[in-house]
Design a protein around this ligand. Sequence first.
Ligand SMILES: *[C@@H]1O[C@H](CO)[C@@H](O)[C@H](O)[C@H]1NC(C)=O
Ligand SMILES: *[C@@H]1O[C@H](CO)[C@@H](O)[C@H](O)[C@H]1NC(C)=O
Ligand SMILES: *[C@@H]1O[C@H](CO)[C@@H](O)[C@H](O)[C@H]1NC(C)=O
Ligand SMILES: *[C@@H]1O[C@H](CO)[C@@H](O)[C@H](O)[C@H]1NC(C)=O
Ligand SMILES: *[C@@H]1O[C@H](CO)[C@@H](O)[C@H](O)[C@H]1NC(C)=O
Ligand SMILES: *[C@@H]1O[C@H](CO)[C@@H](O)[C@H](O)[C@H]1NC(C)=O
Ligand SMILES: *[C@@H]1O[C@H](CO)[C@@H](O)[C@H](O)[C@H]1NC(C)=O
Length: 506
Amino acid sequence: MPFLLDGNDRLQSLSWTLTGNHWWQRGTLRCFRRVRLYGFLFGLMVTFLIMAVYILTGERKGLLLTPSPYHFGSLINSSPYNLSFSKDYSSIKQVVKSIVSKVEFSSRQVPDRKGLLYSEPQMFSIIPNKFLSKVKNPCWYEEYPGNGTEDPYGKNLYALYSRRFRAVFDHLRSAFRKHLYNTAGKQYRIRCLPYFYIIGQPKCGTTDLYNRLRLHPEVMFTTMKEPHWWTRKRFGIIRLSDGFHDRYPVEDYLDLFDLAAYQIQEHLLRNETTRQKKHNIIIGEASASTMWDNNAWVYFYENSTNGEPPFMVQDFIHAVQPDAKFIVMLRDPVERLYSDYLYFGIANKSAEDFHERVSESLQLFEGCLSESSMRSCVYNTTLNNAMPVRLQVGLYIVYLLDWLTVFKMDQILILRLEDHAANRKYTMRKVFDFLKLGSLTEQKEAEITKSPASNTRRPADKSLGPMLPITKEILQEFYFPFNQRLTQVLKNDSFLWVTDTEDAHN
Ligand SMILES: *[C@@H]1O[C@H](CO)[C@@H](O)[C@H](O)[C@H]1NC(C)=O
Ligand SMILES: *[C@@H]1O[C@H](CO)[C@@H](O)[C@H](O)[C@H]1NC(C)=O
Ligand SMILES: *[C@@H]1O[C@H](CO)[C@@H](O)[C@H](O)[C@H]1NC(C)=O
Ligand SMILES: *[C@@H]1O[C@H](CO)[C@@H](O)[C@H](O)[C@H]1NC(C)=O
Ligand SMILES: *[C@@H]1O[C@H](CO)[C@@H](O)[C@H](O)[C@H]1NC(C)=O
Ligand SMILES: *[C@@H]1O[C@H](CO)[C@@H](O)[C@H](O)[C@H]1NC(C)=O
Ligand SMILES: *[C@@H]1O[C@H](CO)[C@@H](O)[C@H](O)[C@H]1NC(C)=O
């Protein structure tokens, strides 16, 4: 069953990730609106909520809600526009005009290394400054202190919280012992980080890219798809009763690269004496949240920064891997948003419902912009959780500029889904070149480019048809200034998405 990279994570009912919480918040807001509309008692909602939380989390104790940073009341009433949502097209156009007039791209303060070290001491104590020079992929040896009787994955939280990956860890366990490297009476295990990351965006074809790339004989991925470690698991799991708990340590993340690391080690050892050129197996990691999702920051970092996160995901990746490579797949943000909407399991989906959610999200966004900067609104966790569609994910340029504060442009490959759908050979070759992969036989290349597209729209959603023309028009206006800046930065007009006609893909 093809899951979208980002959606995959949301379907894990076991782990209450940030996203899980997000859903809950969203549901709450909808309820609230109805309550307001029909004049039900607020108390009823609270009761419902507590019951819902109780049922959803399966918690049998401690039903106390954590102090919530979300202020429903003030959010709902803050808009100066008086919309009866869906039908008032001219008002919503006013909202968009107001947003567009406030678009500005401010720069960010890049944190120094000391601050990063202080914030994630464990990460920096585990990952060395230098990697093995004989292999292309970043890897190192770490002394393994065990005596061979303990379970190397016994404490791994990915294994603990995700039933689906138990089998994967059984496999890892059986391979572990024989890959320990013994020398001078000590045991060492090989550790690796990814050579490249597919970082975004959701509903832009990253799953398809992942499925093709893994067919390349020199490319291996994590043993489970979408670790979401940098953006989410690193911060732990939310239990509504007791807040965040169980932050996944960096070792749990590194464990996911073990199978690929063994391959690298085998090549390394086989050629140990010959000192030949670097070995070519590389590891990839694909989590479609990496580019944009900094929503956890507000719970973990000091908040005296005018609502802008003082540390971002890319700061940490850069600190440990300044040479990492990143692949980003984008598509027309208007279509992305609709696809995102269709993907998630919402009851009674319709083009009208989408329009209503878009209108409401735009209003919330505008409300934030009237008080705060563009950057702080894009990274405003409260706002992001309140918007009934994820408008912010399509503001590609805001995220890209922030990645470019620490990485160089030539470390980031930016593709368009529209090009990929039209000519997969072209995009795959770009990717292979970017990753400096060896040449393929024609047969292998055909295998990689010809297999059918993954993760296209479900048949039930296809029957919904396209979004309303008015919604499209409104969204195009909203995204335009952002796309325009993107084309300037990338020096390529195709990122305006004016000529593409959307086909059935996704
Ligand atoms: C908003 O609309 C309602 C009903 O349509 C109306 O009674 C109310 O006066 C309006 N408020 C403002 C501030 O325009
Ligand atoms: C290995 O170490 C564990 C504690 O880490 C100990 O309980 C166990 O007896 C040891 N086993 C052997 C064979 O030394
Ligand atoms: C050793 O490395 C060379 C060059 O990378 C490679 O062609 C050869 O197949 C390797 N040898 C073995 C036994 O894998
Ligand atoms: C920052 O966080 C502290 C503690 O959580 C809180 O009391 C304070 O109001 C926050 N300040 C801002 C500007 O959000
Ligand atoms: C985040 O958004 C909410 C809702 O628009 C707003 O009330 C709050 O002031 C914003 N916070 C910051 C720091 O901009
Ligand atoms: C979906 O629509 C059905 C039929 O119109 C209605 O009974 C149901 O309450 C709706 N569900 C939601 C969540 O709005
Ligand atoms: C712009 O991007 C398109 C693909 O989206 C590509 O075909 C074209 O070569 C690019 N133009 C330039 C000048 O790089």
